[in-house]
Design a protein around this ligand. Structure first.
Ligand code: PLP
Length: 369
């Protein structure tokens, strides 16, 4: 029995004393929000670190998703994945858009491009895929479909901070990509989020929408929201960036350790990458199938009994929640792969400060069944 509980993740924080001078600056200049100096600096630093052209910071990822849809004036129907955090689809409902669920690829657990075309109709305006667990979607296939049908693509990239494919940041694909800097994510600003966009004009519109639609002192051009990131969060983000490479390196070690220990265990598959050049090891999902001696939920309980709290990300599927299950695309028969994955998946603890002895303990519980 562990003396303390081990959760699926634990937020990374810099040494507190290093944050004090940042707070001192905020106290000194009395700029707390509204695009202050730390906000500006963090946008610049993130463009540089991530290798993207324009970024607009937000109070959280969910408001960024809602705003991304408004920035592109998306209406009607949007094709999306049922295997995600519920905020993905909720951002559609907040815009009065009808989500259309399409099944996933069994190898990557991302939206399956070969299933998208059958779901397109004259009301379809966009595709909202998710780089689930930080593994990139088949961005080329998705873009090809979008181009053929004149659809926009907004990636929910909440899991994909720092992920790169052969062409650089995975955030440069599609029309927009949305990040989350929530406490549970690879890079956190306590709460926070961002929209990555390819051109200055789109950034201007996004920046207006996150500030009530204000343009200057006396003009309001859109029913915008208050989605701004505060100086407190932006300052923390700047400090966090000093430690991000160290954090990603530590995550990689844990990923390798789990794979070594779980290789060849009958009925357990460690989800592989989807061809990324630089991974972020944001999650460690395993799939527990019928060849394993006990069910996924029994294993989940065994680990909990030992003080270890994995998570069944993402179970239930979004399409099973009451506000979605009435949609015809939400029916199980339409989503056999996602339904199967949601029954099998279990995300094991992974975070930079996770002790290797705990990785050993978790692995031996899995091996002992
Ligand atoms: C965390 C998350 C969000 C929401 O981000 P918040 O910053 O918590 O609002 C959206 N989509 C996915 C896939 C997420 O994991």
């Amino acid at each position: 029995m562990n003396k303390k509980n081990i959760y699926v993740t634990q937020p990374s924080l810099p040494p507190l004393e290093e944050f004090i001078p940042y707070l001192q600056q905020i106290w000194d200049n009395k700029i707390l929000t509204n695009g202050g100096p730390f906000h500006q600096k963090l946008e610049d630093a993130l463009c540089e670190f991530l290798g993207v052209n324009y970024i607009s910071l937000f109070a959280n990822g969910t408001i960024a998703l809602v705003t991304a849809l408004q920035a592109l004036r998306i209406r009607g129907e949007v094709i999306t994945t049922p295997l995600s955090f519920v905020a993905t689809s909720h951002s559609l409902l907040w815009n009065d858009i009808k989500p259309v669920f399409v099944d996933i690829d069994p190898n990557t657990l991302n939206l399956d491009p070969s299933k998208i075309e059958a779901a397109i109709n004259p009301h379809t305006a966009a595709i909202m895929p998710v780089h689930c667990y930080g593994h990139p979607c088949d961005v080329d296939a998705i873009q090809k479909i979008a181009d053929n049908y004149g659809l926009r693509v907004i990636y929910d990239a909440a899991h994909a901070f720092g992920v790169e494919d052969a062409n650089g940041s995975v955030l440069n694909h599609g029309d927009l990509s949305v990040l989350s800097f929530h406490a549970t994510k690879v890079f956190n600003t306590f709460e926070g989020g961002a929209i990555v966009c390819p051109d200055a004009k789109t950034k201007v519109r996004i920046d207006q929408l996150k500030n009530f639609g204000h343009v200057g002192e006396v003009t309001v051009v859109a029913p915008g929201i208050n989605g701004k990131m505060s100086e407190f969060n932006a300052a923390l983000g700047l400090l966090q960036l000093n430690y991000i490479n160290q954090a990603l390196g530590a995550r990689k070690k844990i990923d390798i350790a789990y794979r070594e220990r779980l290789v060849g265990v009958k009925g357990i598959t460690c989800l592989g990458d989807s061809g990324e050049k630089v991974a972020n090891y944001s999650y460690f999902p395993i799939l527990v199938d019928i060849n394993y001696p006990i069910t996924r939920d029994e294993l989940y309980q065994k680990l909990k009994d030992a003080g270890i709290h994995p998570r069944r990300y993402f179970y239930p599927l979004i399409s099973e929640f009451p506000m979605y299950r009435g949609l015809s695309s939400a029916h199980k028969e339409n989503l056999p792969i996602a339904t199967d994955a949601a029954r099998k998946v279990l995300c094991l603890p992974i975070y930079p400060d996770l002790d290797m002895a705990i990785v050993d303990e978790i692995s031996s519980i899995i091996l002992a069944q």
